[in-house]
Ligand binder design. Structure first.
Ligand SMILES: NC(=O)c1ccc[n+]([C@@H]2O[C@H](COP(=O)([O-])OP(=O)(O)OC[C@H]3O[C@@H](n4cnc5c(N)ncnc54)[C@H](OP(=O)(O)O)[C@@H]3O)[C@@H](O)[C@H]2O)c1
Length: 270
């Protein structure tokens, strides 16, 4: 293991994604795990991080930030503003993968880009980010078609619909010069009446251990286009998050997305 690698403070390190990211960092050429942050109530506190006998789970983010150069957060939305505030105070760039953010939270994160390089993406995979571009293109080309989005996630997921489904819905709405907040339909039950022509249905299924499936349907008279992305494992999100953290190093303050990482053309292991 090289000692000159850049240290990452990982927030939510004991969660499903946190564990996956710690594993990816074990083998990364540029970045390594510097600190593993868990919530103060976590039973993991003081225990060593799997694969890192020298690093224990802790909840003192301010102290961890003084030892690290970049951060990755995959936690829960409740503590996110406080986490972002600590990164801003320490002037440490931050990648956020946490979903379930309110529109106000998202605006807050965007505004914090005035102080530090900050990247939020509800889905760190290359395929999903391309899917959003394709869905926008299809929405522009298939005038008059109805658009519906369906996602499936594991039984432990706490927010619905997924941040990725909302992201895809926004891509379609934007391509039609609309706002998902106005045209999105998130529940259908009972006597719903006929479908509104501009509606974008966004529906969620939960069960098993599915890391994340998303299909964008375009339904027209006599034909149907289905654009599907299936994540086979959480590793794809972990690799994307680590790549995003490397991308933020040395950047000027600003709000970035995975599209910026993809368009930068920097190779994953550069
Ligand atoms: N962007 C993407 O590509 C992507 C991909 C997959 C998942 N996600 C999102 O990433 C988030 C995490 O997913 P997950 O499946 O890993 O969830 P998880 O297993 O519940 O892990 C979240 C971890 O964060 C900890 N945590 C909560 N609040 C915290 C705080 N304020 N400070 C430090 N740690 C805190 C939790 O500890 P406690 O259990 O003690 O509360 C838990 O260990 C979710 O929002 C999920 O939707 C995003």
């Amino acid at each position: 293991m090289k000692s000159d690698r850049t240290k990452v403070v990982l927030v939510g390190a004991g969660g499903r994604m946190g564990r996956e990211i710690s594993e990816v960092l074990l083998e990364d050429q540029r970045l390594c795990l510097g600190a593993a942050i868990e919530s103060s109530r976590s039973p993991l506190s003081g225990r060593p991080v799997p694969g890192y006998p020298e690093i224990v789970f802790e909840s003192d983010l301010a102290s961890a930030l003084s030892r690290c150069e970049v951060g990755i957060d995959f936690s829960q939305p409740e503590g996110l503003r406080s986490t972002v505030g600590s990164f801003v105070e320490s002037r440490v760039p931050l990648v956020i993968g946490t979903t379930g953010l309110t529109p106000e939270d998202r605006e807050f994160v965007r505004e914090m880009g005035a102080h530090i390089p900050i990247l939020w993406s509800p889905n760190m995979s290359l395929g999903v980010n391309l899917l959003a571009l394709l869905a926008g293109q299809a929405a522009r080309s298939l005038e008059g078609f109805d658009c519906e989005i369906l996602e499936i996630h594991h039984r432990h997921k706490k927010d619905a619909p997924s941040g990725t489904a909302l992201f895809l819905g926004e891509a379609v709405a934007q391509a039609r010069d609309q706002a998902l907040s106005k045209t999105g339909v998130f529940v259908r039950h009972g006597l719903t009446g006929e479908r509104e022509p501009n509606a974008i249905g966004v529906m969620a299924l939960r069960g098993g251990d599915v890391p994340g499936d998303h299909t964008v349907f375009f339904l027209g008279p006599g034909e149907r286009l289905e654009l599907t992305h299936r994540a086979e494992s959480r590793e794809v999100f972990a690799r994307g998050a680590v790549r995003a953290a490397a991308f933020l190093l040395g950047r000027t303050p600003g709000f970035y997305t995975m599209a910026d990482v993809l368009l930068s053309g920097e190779s994953p292991g550069a």
